[in-house]
Design a protein around this ligand. Structure first.
Ligand code: FE2
Length: 444
């Protein structure tokens, strides 16, 4: 006797009419026509059953602070950093916890059950670190929160930042962060990459740096990061976030860089909503998109995740913890409109970030944790197109959020009464099932 069976599901890899059996908090069967009984059954009715969304790049200490103490008038990254430094002295631990928990509620409702959040360590009080460590424990039953020690104002540029960062790691922060392009000089940037990678190697921790988040094609710290990862044996444990300067780099240089990144076992994390918003701000026209080269990175065997980065904070006035909105923007900005490419965009907010974060037991397979999201869509491309409703969100075999199906009633004579958002693709070409590039990533 099982606890739960989800019947007649479509899986992200294209398998159809699949039943998923759950006992306690584990998936025990994934097969068509499962011959078993269960205490509870959900009829997926040919809709998409996916593993939960995973956000590989977020700032939970800043989220939901939009307008505090004022809004970002220029809309630039640098005014956002300035604004954040104005807000920091006013932060309280209670307010940080309250905002973070509220965001986690939004995340659960959207089927987002794992988040890697950077947390600023430049304030010697480490208020935000302590608040988010508390939140990490509070949400553990329903959301995996991973924290990155992030020296927002530069680890070399800010007196005491390195000590603060080490104290944050001592307190239990999971990942070493950095921001080399914000250090005073290119040399300082490279030096920060080296010392932070050495620190991570010493402590056996992963690295995730804000790297080259600028339109300046001469910002090439990713090269140093790839080399440090190779030299220190950190392959598979280093992520480079943003990499927007790659958008503007010379093609010849990128042709050299991509194999170096693959050799260093780097993962890349693009943040489409924020990159398209913050980059290109000094351009007139043509205006650059600013997002890194996602299809080229994937083709080079480098895993790429799409992150949310910001929601209602000094940098961004939008967002809603909806990783399908993130994938939707990523798909458009990267022009990933082929069927396989759209499927890859879905992987960029599910299985690829799960591997970057090293989440154990992730995915729809026997033995894995029964973390599942039932979407009102028939396949990953449709889920992205419709930013599909999360009909049910399941964590460890237990339903933790439900949303009614999106529908609209028409009042038009001679027309159906309800809107059907799907397109019958019975005569469409069959979908190829291209493998997502392998990712060697796993946490130590
Ligand atoms: Fe960020």
């Amino acid at each position: 006797m099982l606890d739960l069976i989800l019947r007649h599901a479509v899986l992200p890899d294209g398998r159809r009419d699949i039943d998923v059996g759950v006992r306690a908090d584990r998936i025990v069967a994934v097969e068509p026509g499962l011959k078993a009984a269960a205490c509870d059954e959900i009829d997926c009715a040919g809709q998409l059953l996916a593993p939960p969304f995973v956000d590989a790049h977020f700032h939970m200490d800043a989220t939901l602070s939009y307008g505090m103490p004022r809004v970002n008038r220029s809309g630039t990254l640098l005014e956002g950093i300035q604004l954040w430094s104005e807000l920091k002295p006013q932060l309280t631990q209670d307010a940080l916890v309250e905002r973070a928990l509220r965001y986690c509620d939004w995340a659960v409702a959207k089927g987002l059950l794992a988040i890697r959040s950077h947390v600023d360590v430049c304030d010697p009080r480490l208020l935000a670190v302590e608040a988010l460590l508390h939140v990490r424990e509070r949400v553990k039953p329903y959301l995996d929160l991973q924290l990155v020690a992030f020296p927002q104002d530069g680890v070399l540029r800010t007196p005491g930042a390195l000590d603060n960062l080490k104290r944050a790691l001592d307190l239990g922060v999971d990942v070493v962060g950095g921001i080399p392009h914000f250090e005073r000089t290119m040399q300082d940037g490279a030096e920060s990459v080296r010392l932070l990678c050495e620190l991570a190697a010493e402590r056996g921790l992963p690295v995730d740096m804000h790297c080259d988040e600028t339109d300046d094609p001469a910002s090439r710290h990713v090269e140093t990061l790839a080399d440090c990862a190779r030299r220190l044996g950190l392959q598979g444990r280093v992520a480079a976030s943003h990499l927007t300067s790659m958008h503007s780099m010379d093609n010849d240089y990128v042709a050299k860089l991509l194999p170096l990144m693959a050799e260093g076992g780097l993962a890349a994390i693009a943040n489409p909503l924020i990159n398209i918003t913050l980059q290109g701000r000094r351009d007139t026209y043509p205006k650059r998109r600013g997002m890194t080269r996602v299809p080229e990175l994937l083709a080079a065997g480098i895993p790429v995740a799409f992150g949310q980065d910001c929601v209602l904070d000094p940098w961004y006035a939008g967002g809603s913890a909806d990783l399908l909105e993130v994938a939707h923007m990523g798909l458009h900005v990267a022009q990933m409109t082929a069927q396989d490419a759209m499927r890859q965009c879905f992987a960029c907010v599910t299985e690829i970030p799960a591997r970057i974060l090293g989440l154990p037991g992730y995915g729809i397979a026997p033995g894995n944790r029964a973390d599942l999201v039932l979407l009102q869509a028939r396949d990953p491309a449709e889920a992205i197109r419709l930013r599909a409703t999360r009909l049910a969100v399941i964590r460890g075999g237990r339903t933790i959020a439900r949303t009614p199906p999106a529908t609209a009633r028409l009042q038009l004579s001679g027309r159906p009464q309800t809107v059907d958002w799907t397109l019958d693709r019975a005569d469409a070409a069959p979908v190829n099932t291209t493998e997502v590039p392998p990712c060697p990533h796993s946490r130590p």
